[in-house]
Design a protein around this ligand. Structure first.
Ligand code: NAD
Length: 244
């Protein structure tokens, strides 16, 4: 078990989702005061969580959520299957509004859940690190809007006394996953796994959900304290999963 030195009053956007729930659980375990902001309801049985149901495209909803908050974990994003207009409204306009509201509310630290796909150009990539530039032309609206949101978050570093960083996981797996493994298993059951692209030797990077949450808490701990964290984006992948 890790003990983190975290700001106490935390807001988790998308706290009712797969990654958000894991971050919320770990923050509660650390004794933090947790507010969840999500478009869906949740945490009815968890009195330690203050639930704010709202939409990132509504500035009034956001203002309610950031009141009295010291650290924001901005995890919420629409699933990649949503239309481009929704991706843009939530990921770009919503993130900008959340940054502005956070700064106005005196938030000190802001950690954004980005994606490893922000550097993807449509060709194989191996051994990529944070020096890899973000391509000017993105492949789809999800990638483009995640990259634009990340750029907004990193550019906000140092403004109004707020420290910001971004975490870039790739495909996330672990308990609570509703999208990746369940779909994989369902496909296998239906006998849809007999096709291979190329010679079947493709590799992909996956990140355990506990490690993704761990990276967010580490960023929140180190922002404003350790050189090389403020205003930076970090890929996260697996070494040993965080016991949870
Ligand atoms: P998820 O769908 O389980 O959770 C997202 C949450 O955000 C949901 O609870 C949803 O209700 C909420 N949300 C969506 N739109 C909203 C809005 N307009 N206002 C308020 N809340 C809203 O997804 P997840 O897998 O937990 O993903 C979390 C984050 O991680 C996302 O930012 C995603 O881009 C990023 N990410 C995920 C993966 C992955 O493999 N799951 C990989 C890389 C990056």
């Amino acid at each position: 078990r890790f003990k983190y030195d975290l700001p106490n009053r935390a807001l988790v956007t998308g706290g009712n989702g797969f990654v958000g729930r894991r971050i919320v659980a770990m923050l509660l375990e650390q004794g933090c005061d947790v507010t969840v902001f999500d478009i869906t309801k949740g945490f009815e049985d968890e009195p330690r969580v203050k639930m704010v149901v709202g939409n990132l495209v509504e500035t009034a909803d956001i203002a309610k959520a950031v009141e009295g908050i010291e650290v924001v974990y901005h995890v919420a994003a629409p699933h990649a299957s949503h239309p481009p207009a929704v991706q843009f409204a939530v990921n770009v306009t919503g993130t900008r509004a959340l940054l502005q509201a956070s700064a106005a509310a005196g938030v000190k630290k802001f950690v954004f859940t980005s994606s490893a796909s922000v550097v993807y150009e449509g060709e194989n990539q191996a051994g990529v690190d944070e020096s890899t530039p973000i391509p000017t032309a993105s492949l789809d609206s999800y990638t483009k809007t995640k990259a634009d949101a990340e750029a907004l978050v990193l550019a906000a570093n140092g403004q109004h006394g707020m420290h910001t960083a971004a975490i870039r996981p790739h495909g996330i797996f672990g308990p609570g996953d509703r999208q990746f493994f369940p779909v994989l298993v369902e496909s296998a059951r239906k006998g849809k796994t007999k096709y291979a692209l190329g010679e079947g030797r493709n590799v992909a990077d996956f990140t355990f959900v506990g490690n993704v949450a761990h990276a967010h808490l580490l960023a929140a701990e180190k922002l404003g304290r350790v050189p090389g964290v403020d205003g930076q984006a970090f890929f996260v992948t697996n070494d040993a999963p965080v016991p949870f």
